[in-house]
Write a protein that binds this ligand. Structure first.
Ligand code: SF4
Length: 260
């Protein structure tokens, strides 16, 4: 009622009774958003699933994963507000690309973000786009976003992005679903205003000895994790060699790792 009567005062040109107005706290909205932004973001590795996502395999410490599951430690990160904004821009750009491709006349888009599982290694993966071309061949495409500085310098795809797409290709070819093209597409989207096209597209043959080796390494890691879980045996410590190394200092289960 108070607010309404003050609004009426404004409407009829009278000065409202400001002594009775509630005080607006300093940085009212900003402080709320920043508190929300700092809520820890659960890691994909903390998902209550028996399957490991192939994107997690690229930088995974099997010992950390095993300890976290065994001791019920939730793995998470505490992002800053700027991280959240950058993530949201990235997600929004990915949605834009998927929408534009899927609405293009004549495209045969099979899936977007559809999980494919492998029970031998207990892994799962979902490429951003799965497109059918002739003879029911699937083409796998990954969408990555970048700031302008990195985008301008980019002359070839980032190796981790190619390995990730190669893993999706392996998953698909080792499923009942069909055959994937030997080339994968990595599409980069610039997050800032770019002169000319904000897209760069690379086609990479992942059936090369080097890429097969990368996929084998990731599969070995997945098998190490599966066996550690099946046999209830803690994996060896090979990711960190010192308790005071950067990775160990940031590891949420470091205290357990060095005491077990
Ligand atoms: S301290 Fe290093 S080796 Fe140990 S669990 Fe953490 S990341 Fe892995």
């Amino acid at each position: 009622m108070m607010l309404l009567s003050n609004l009426c005062d404004y409407a009829v040109g009278r000065e409202p009774n400001t002594t009775e107005l509630p005080r607006l706290p300093k940085e009212f909205l900003k402080s709320m958003i920043e508190v929300q932004d700092r809520i820890p973001e659960p890691s994909r590795l903390s998902e209550d699933s028996e399957y490991i996502h192939v994107s997690s395999l690229l930088d995974l410490c099997p010992r950390q994963y095993w300890i976290a599951r065994k001791h019920k430690v939730k793995l998470s990160s505490s992002p800053y507000s700027s991280d959240r904004i950058v993530w949201e821009i990235g997600k929004s750009l990915e949605r834009h690309v998927v929408k534009q491709v899927s609405e293009y006349h004549g495209i045969n888009l099979v899936w977007t973000n559809q999980n494919v599982f492998n029970n031998e290694y207990m892994i799962v993966g979902a490429a951003d786009l799965w497109i059918t071309i002739s003879n029911n061949i699937i083409v796998i495409a990954e969408i990555k976003t970048m700031n302008k500085r990195d985008f301008d310098k980019l002359t070839k795809p980032v190796i981790d992005h190619v390995v990730q797409a190669a893993m999706y290709q392996w998953l698909y070819n080792n499923s009942e679903l069909g055959k994937a093209h030997n080339k994968v597409i990595i599409l980069y989207v610039c997050k800032d205003y770019a002169r000319g096209s904000p897209y760069k597209e690379f086609h990479v043959d992942v059936n090369t000895p080097v890429m097969k080796l990368n996929v084998e390494r990731a599969l070995e890691l997945a098998m190490e994790l599966k066996e550690a879980r099946d046999n209830d045996e803690i994996p060896d410590r090979w990711v960190c060699d010192r308790q005071d190394c950067t990775r160990s200092k940031q590891c949420p289960v470091s205290h357990l790792c060095w005491s077990l």
